[in-house]
Write a protein that binds this ligand. Structure first.
Ligand SMILES: Cc1cc2nc3c(=O)[nH]c(=O)nc-3n(C[C@H](O)[C@H](O)[C@H](O)COP(=O)(O)OP(=O)(O)OC[C@H]3O[C@@H](n4cnc5c(N)ncnc54)[C@H](O)[C@@H]3O)c2cc1C
Length: 104
């Protein structure tokens, strides 16, 4: 709820963050949002020794890719891709999906 009693949710915060501009008119924050994107796996760096470190995620791009989506067409595979992270990977896919992605 905003100060003028308007209903708001996470999507409003995400939109405000993406659209925020600095004094120079350029985007204030480095945030890209990809719609219709199913994360399939977390990539870990295991070569450096010590604990594995998450360095990116694999994804598939396309509509209705999730297995439980009733609109999904059998055999339809999205366009694969990979995004890498220099600092950290945050998985916020919900209670059960987040765990599923991490152990895939
Ligand atoms: C019926 C119901 C009523 C509720 N009512 C309330 C309430 O009144 N008040 C309250 O505070 N809480 C309520 N909750 C709880 C609240 O909805 C959850 O605690 C909250 O949504 C958790 O947020 P989250 O971001 O962790 O996960 P989610 O809201 O589940 O978001 C996870 C997102 O990740 C996406 N995702 C999943 N897997 C992938 C993948 N592989 N690749 C890409 N994206 C993926 C999903 O599509 C989803 O958009 C309710 C829950 C339910 C089920």
């Amino acid at each position: 709820m905003t100060s003028n009693r308007k209903r708001s949710g996470p999507v409003d915060l995400l939109k405000a963050t993406v659209n925020a501009k600095g004094k120079d008119g350029k985007p204030k924050y480095r945030l890209d949002i990809m719609l219709n994107t199913l994360v399939t796996k977390v990539r870990f760096d295991t070569k450096r020794g010590g604990s594995p470190r998450a360095i990116g995620v694999d994804f598939e791009l396309g509509e209705s890719l999730y297995g439980a989506d009733p609109r999904r067409q059998a055999g339809h595979v999205g366009k694969g891709g990979l995004v890498t992270a220099r600092r950290e990977v945050i998985i916020s896919a919900g209670m059960s999906h987040a765990l599923h992605i991490v152990v895939s």
